[in-house]
Structure formats: structure tokens, C-alpha cells
Design a protein around this ligand. Structure first.
Ligand code: KIV
Ligand code: ZN
Length: 514
């Protein structure tokens, strides 16, 4: 039997994925995700866009100097400043890749860049040559390639390969393409670009019409050798090609596809959970592969079929994508090693110090709650990770009086360094609104609540309540998240988490400006 063609998986969760509204991540969160991507076995990690912000630069720099295995990539527009900055961030990587992009479609040329086709060609070649002066591994993306005239696209691709590009990526930037069109474009590049054998063709599809996975698969069938994708399909607008879907489509339909990837598929669900936690972007229940209902059988006929023969209604094994066979895991007598093992299965690599702290919290939770579910463990680990984010303000205590028909009375004490500050007020439309007002008053941080979501993070009446909020401050969106058995306490902590993120981001901005 002939060997299957190996397709590279280029993960851009930390770059395009981070462009999802409200999904920005801090350094520590990006490092956690990068570790998960290494464990998942991706070929390339696009760690960020170094010129975009000091935070992006630092994340690419630390990921490049820490992780070995996947190639580490940084994005740059096709100009010297961007490319130099990208290299500065990447240079400590053992396997760096600079990703240069420039729009090529008529719409972008005319309205955004105001450049002629020849100017675009010259700028693209100059960008690739500049990047090539730093390292060998250069990717070039003609942005909006799927809407670019095919003759011009072929000219650009040929010229950038001549200039040294080793990967040419074909983005469907606005998710407009169809599978047949994608196949036609890639086929044309294969047949018409004379030096195409000197580069890998890549594909980068957005999901505006829900066709990103189908378009990526069509591109690979036509000759592409790399797929750009994100965990949970997050990304700009409707998102990108979903990594878990495209990988499992290739593997499950191995009878049809003559190619494969080296993804360690049982790590898909843990990685999906981690990304969802870190970004605050919930995975829809019926999402293919990683949604909670992806392997749930409700109809009696289906359950009956499954019991008689699993393959009647299941095309993949839940364990192959990382769903554990049981959710009920531990209790009071479980030990530290079992906890570390379960946390790893759920997507978290705990350091010795983190494990110690989570274990202590686990023991105290087990005293209050008989059955500890996966959701509880995730909540404990997440609280530990959140606790390590630079916390300017923390909650000391609160008191809340609620009477039907009257505004709530709240007394709230917060701490900053060694100083405690208390405010009492009787205002707001409800307890959460009162908490917002009190926190604003103490911290002085202006924030407008854009969304507030509450859900239970495990089973039972005594389950933890998980609060996710999005707030706006100075035109930017920030997240906040917290978990507690008391929903009001979790709400206050989630608002404080958002306040602390705002303060941390502003500190970073002013540090880089000085
Ligand atoms: O969608 C797009 O065109 C991009 C490029 C930068 C590759 O994200
Ligand atoms: Zn994109």
C-alpha cells in the first residue's frame, strides 16, 4: 500500500484566532495554548503578529524561545519595519518562519492599498527578499487570493517563489470561495506556475459561508500541502477552518482521502476546552467533533442501534478525539497523582507548584461536595491559572441585601496591595449591576458590560457557577471569568478579572510607549 501524503497543520489560533472579537489572550494564556499545540502535534504554530502590539511581540518572542518541535511563525505585512520586528521576536526559535502578507485582489488594490498590480508585485518580492535575509523558511500570503484574478495570482506566486518563498498560502480572506472554485485555483497554480514545485501550497479559509473545512479539503485534493486552521474554528468574523473538523474528516474518511496529518487526535477535546476557557468563546453544544453533544445519542432508535452495534450511528470513537469514557472521576480520597493525570487528560499541564495549590483546593472542595466531576476539576485548575494573572485588585468581602421592589444594597471591600477600600451603595437594577457600580467606584476603571453569561460547570445542585463577562473600556473589549459555588461571588470576581486585565493591558501599553 502506498504511503499517504502528509499534510502540514499550521495552527493560527494564537494569531487569526485571537482576532475573534473579545478573544485577546495574555502572555501566560498564550504559553498554555502553545504547550497544548505542541502536545497536539501541529507542524506550525503561528504565535502572533509581532508589530501589532507589545503584548503580541512578547508572546511570539517567548513562544519562539521556549518551544521546540513545531515551526514557530510570526506574521508581518510586506514592509521592512514589520518584517524586522517579526524577526526580532522569532530569532531565538530553533525553527522560525516569517509569514509575509500583502493583498492582491482588485478590491484591496484599488480601495485599501491604492496600488497598481505592478507595485503590488514589486512590494511582495521586496518583502520576501527582506525576510529571506533573516531565515530560509518564508511563507507569503496574497491576501484575498480567492478573489484575485487568476492570471495575476499566478504571476505573484511565481515571483515570490523566485524571491525565496518556501510556502505560498492561498487565503480565502472573506470566506467567499466554494470547494469547486478552491480546487480550480489550486489546480491552476499547480499547472501554470513553472516553479511551483519549489514551494508548498497552503490554504487559509474563512468560514463566512460555513465552507471553510470543505474548501480546505478541496484545496488539498487539488495539490495543497498545508492547511491553516484554528482550534474550535475561532478567528476573524465567522472564524477559520476548524482544526479538529478538518483533521478528523481526513482521518475518518481515510478511504477517500489519500493524505493524513500527524495530529495526536485524543488531544483534540482537551485542547478545545483549554482554548474555550482561555478565550471565553464557548463551544456550541452540537459542534462537530468537540461539542458536548457530538457523541450523545438521544433518539430511542439510535440508542437501540448503538447498543446492538456502535457503528450503526457512530463514525468515530469518542476516545479517538479525547472524550473520556466517564465524567465522574474523583472524591475525597483521590491522590495528587490521580489529580495531575486527570488535569492532563482535561488539557492542563500543571507545574509542581500549580498542582500543589490545585490539590489543596480540591481537598477543600471534596469536603463540601461529595462527587467531584470533570467540570469541577477544570474550574479548580482555571481558578489557579487565573490567580496567576497579575491581580491588581482582589475581593476581600461583600455583603448584599436584596428586597423585592427595592434597589439592592451592597457593601464591597476590595484590596490593592496592602490597602483595603470599602464602598457601600444602594443602587443598580439588580445584584450584578450593583456589583459593577461598586467596583467602578472603588477602582476608578470605567467599563460597560457588553455580555454576561452564567452556566453550571458541573452536575448537581451544588455545582459551581461559571460566569463569563465581556466589557468595553476605551473602545476595546475585555473578558472576565470566574467560578464559584456562589454565583454572586463569581460575578464580582469575574468583573474584577476584567478590571485587572484592563489595568494589565494599560500598563503594558504605557511601558512600551516610554
Ligand atoms: O485571512 C487572511 O487573509 C489572513 C492572512 C494574513 C493570511 O489571515
Ligand atoms: Zn485569516
Amino acid at each position: 500500500m502506498s504511503e499517504k501524503r502528509q499534510i502540514k497543520i499550521f495552527d493560527t489560533t494564537l494569531r487569526d484566532g485571537e482576532q475573534s472579537p473579545g478573544a485577546s489572550m495574555n502572555l501566560q494564556e498564550k504559553m498554555e495554548i502553545a504547550q497544548a499545540l505542541v502536545d497536539l502535534g501541529v507542524d506550525v504554530i503561528e504565535a502572533g503578529f509581532p508589530i501589532a502590539s507589545p503584548g503580541d511581540f512578547e508572546a511570539v518572542r517567548q513562544i519562539a524561545s521556549t518551544f521546540r518541535g513545531p515551526e514557530i511563525c510570526g506574521l508581518a505585512r510586506s514592509n521592512d519595519k514589520d518584517i524586522d520586528r517579526a524577526w526580532e521576536a522569532l530569532k531565538q526559535s530553533s525553527d522560525p518562519r516569517i509569514h509575509v502578507f500583502l493583498a492582491t485582489s482588485a478590491i484591496h488594490r484599488e480601495f485599501k492599498l491604492k496600488m497598481s498590480p505592478d507595485e503590488i508585485l514589486t512590494r511582495a518580492v521586496a518583502g520576501v527578499k527582506r525576510a529571506k535575509g533573516y531565515c530560509d523558511n518564508i511563507e507569503f500570503s496574497p491576501e484575498d487570493a480567492a478573489r484575485t484574478e487568476l492570471d495575476f495570482l499566478c504571476r505573484v506566486v511565481e515571483a515570490v517563489i523566485d524571491a525565496g518563498a518556501t510556502t505560498v498560502n492561498i487565503p480565502d480572506t472573506v470566506g467567499f470561495a466554494t470547494p469547486a472554485q478552491m480546487s480550480h485555483v489550486i489546480g491552476a497554480l499547480v499547472n501554470r506556475v513553472p516553479n511551483i514545485d519549489q514551494a508548498v501550497i497552503s490554504v487559509h479559509c474563512h468560514d463566512d459561508l460555513g465552507m471553510a473545512v470543505a474548501n480546505s479539503l478541496a484545496a488539498v485534493e487539488a495539490g495543497a500541502g498545508q492547511i491553516e486552521c484554528t482550534i474550535n474554528g475561532i478567528g476573524e468574523r465567522a472564524g477559520n477552518c476548524s482544526l479538529e473538523e478538518v483533521v478528523m474528516a481526513i482521518r475518518t474518511r481515510g478511504d477517500h482521502y489519500a493524505f493524513d496529518t500527524k495530529i495526536n487526535s485524543p488531544r483534540l477535546v482537551p485542547t478545545s476546552r483549554l482554548v474555550s476557557f482561555v478565550t471565553g468563546l464557548e463551544v456550541q453544544r452540537n459542534k462537530a467533533i468537540v461539542g458536548r453533544n457530538a457523541f450523545a445519542h438521544e433518539a430511542g432508535i439510535h440508542q437501540d442501534g448503538i447498543l446492538k452495534e456502535r457503528t450503526t450511528y457512530e463514525i468515530m470513537l469518542p476516545a479517538d478525539v479525547g472524550f473520556a469514557s466517564t465524567d465522574l472521576v474523583m472524591g475525597k480520597h483521590s491522590g495528587r497523582a490521580a489529580l495531575a493525570d486527570r488535569a492532563k487528560t482535561l488539557g492542563f499541564n500543571l507545574t509542581g507548584e500549580q498542582l500543589q495549590s490545585v490539590f489543596e483546593d480540591f481537598k477543600s472542595l471534596a469536603d463540601r461536595k461529595k462527587e467531584i466531576f470533570d467540570g469541577d476539576i477544570v474550574a479548580l485548575v482555571e481558578n489557579e491559572i487565573l490567580g496567576q494573572i497579575e491581580q491588581e485588585w482582589s475581593l476581600v468581602s461583600f455583603n448584599l441585601d436584596l428586597k423585592f421592589g427595592q434597589p439592592p444594597r451592597i457593601s464591597l471591600t476590595l484590596k490593592k496591595g496592602d490597602t483595603e477600600d470599602t464602598v457601600e451603595l444602594s443602587d443598580g437594577t439588580g445584584p450584578v449591576d450593583a456589583a459593577f457600580l461598586a467596583i467602578k467606584k472603588i477602582t476608578g476603571v470605567e467599563l460597560v458590560c457588553k455580555s454576561y453569561r452564567v452556566q453550571s460547570s458541573s452536575l448537581g445542585r451544588d455545582a459551581n457557577g461559571e460566569i463569563n463577562i465581556q466589557v468595553e473600556h476605551d473602545g476595546e473589549t475585555y473578558r472576565g471569568r470566574a467560578v464559584s459555588m456562589d454565583c454572586i461571588e463569581a460575578s464580582i470576581k469575574a468583573i474584577l478579572d476584567a478590571v485587572n486585565r484592563i489595568i494589565a493591558a494599560e500598563k503594558l501599553k504605557s511601558r512600551s510607549a516610554s
